[in-house]
Ligand binder design. Structure first.
Ligand code: PLP
Ligand code: CA
Length: 300
């Protein structure tokens, strides 16, 4: 029952939960911070979990930054994290592309986090097609202008703040020519300052629509099996002794449920609300084992 943990006294929730797990797999936005602002007491809560000997991993679907850029973001906001503790959808997508031994390059629709991780993984990043990024052409002109480079063997799509019709054309033509279609994540929208803004799912969805497809070949973000295997195999996390903590039911809690995590914790400091949990329970959807107002409620 999803609300049982929430209704129980807070310290009972914490001591029981803390005994059952030695690892925390933590979502970032909506759990640690909101945009560029740390969520109340989250910095102290992480310190307390570390003091208790818990291993911490940070898992984000945001593909905008590389893991090294995330190390800097953590430090700037007052958190501490080493690169090995950080798993991003861009990192997982780059690892997946490397594992395919493409013998060619990857065309990226998305931010620099994806390009940086591909370079670190030793995968060639394709140039933008000649003609730059000006969108002022017609579909007819694009037919001759945007002929796919035969060296492109995969297309990775994440949230791209300079997404254009031209990029849909080129990505969809590369995929039609045989490139593997990989998404960093499928979050339809993300909250920014209380406003729902288009996420990677919106860019992926446009390319799917152009191709008459429902989904890409591979998704790398939460709650995908590829993300789960990086958490398990590359980082050695035993999910039967782990708590997965997040602010979304469809990504974070789903990841924990799919991975048979010992505990799934929804924090109400982000996207999902108590009403969403009640609705999911009524619909037979995925629900967390514990609901807390914010991360710090697990330890203080
Ligand atoms: N993708 C983008 C572009 C975002 O802005 C965000 C959150 O703000 C996310 C994904 C989700 O990140 P997380 O998994 O850390 O909640
Ligand atoms: Ca989140």
């Amino acid at each position: 029952n999803c609300t049982r943990g929430f209704a129980r006294p807070k310290d009972t929730v914490s001591s029981d939960l803390l005994d059952r797990v030695d690892t925390f797999v933590l979502d970032c936005d909506g759990v640690l911070w909101e945009g560029a602002t740390p969520i109340d007491q989250s910095i102290d809560a992480l310190r307390e979990l570390e003091r208790l000997g818990k291993r911490l991993f940070f898992v984000t679907n945001n593909s905008a930054k590389s893991r090294s850029a995330y190390v800097e973001k953590f430090a700037t906001l007052g958190f501490e994290a080493k690169q090995e503790q950080i798993i991003t959808s861009a990192f997982v997508a780059a690892q997946h592309a490397a594992s395919l031994n493409l013998n060619g390059s990857v065309y990226v629709v998305g931010g620099d986090g994806i390009r940086d991780e591909l370079q670190q993984a030793g995968v060639e990043v394709a140039q933008e097609p000649p003609g730059g990024l000006e969108p002022a052409c017609t579909a007819e002109e694009f037919v001759n202008d945007l002929v796919p480079d035969s060296n492109i063997k995969a297309v990775i799509v994440g949230c791209d703040s300079s997404f254009t019709y031209r990029k849909i054309c080129y990505a969809s033509r590369c995929i039609q020519a045989g490139a593997v279609f990989i998404s960093t994540n499928l979050d339809a929208g993300d909250m920014h300052g209380g406003v729902l803004m288009p996420g990677a799912g919106a860019c992926v969805g446009a390319i799917c629509s152009a191709l008459g497809r429902d989904e890409p070949d591979v998704n790398c973000g939460k709650p995908s099996s590829i993300m789960l295997s990086v958490i398990r195999d590359s980082r050695g996390v035993d999910l039967s002794r782990a708590a997965v903590v997040g602010d979304r039911l469809d990504t974070d809690i789903m990841l924990g449920v799919t991975g048979d995590a010992a505990v799934t914790v929804l924090t109400l400091s982000g996207v999902a609300t108590v009403e969403d949990v009640a609705q999911a329970a009524a619909d037979g959807g995925v629900v967390p084992t514990t609901v807390v107002p914010r991360l710090s409620a697990l330890v203080f």
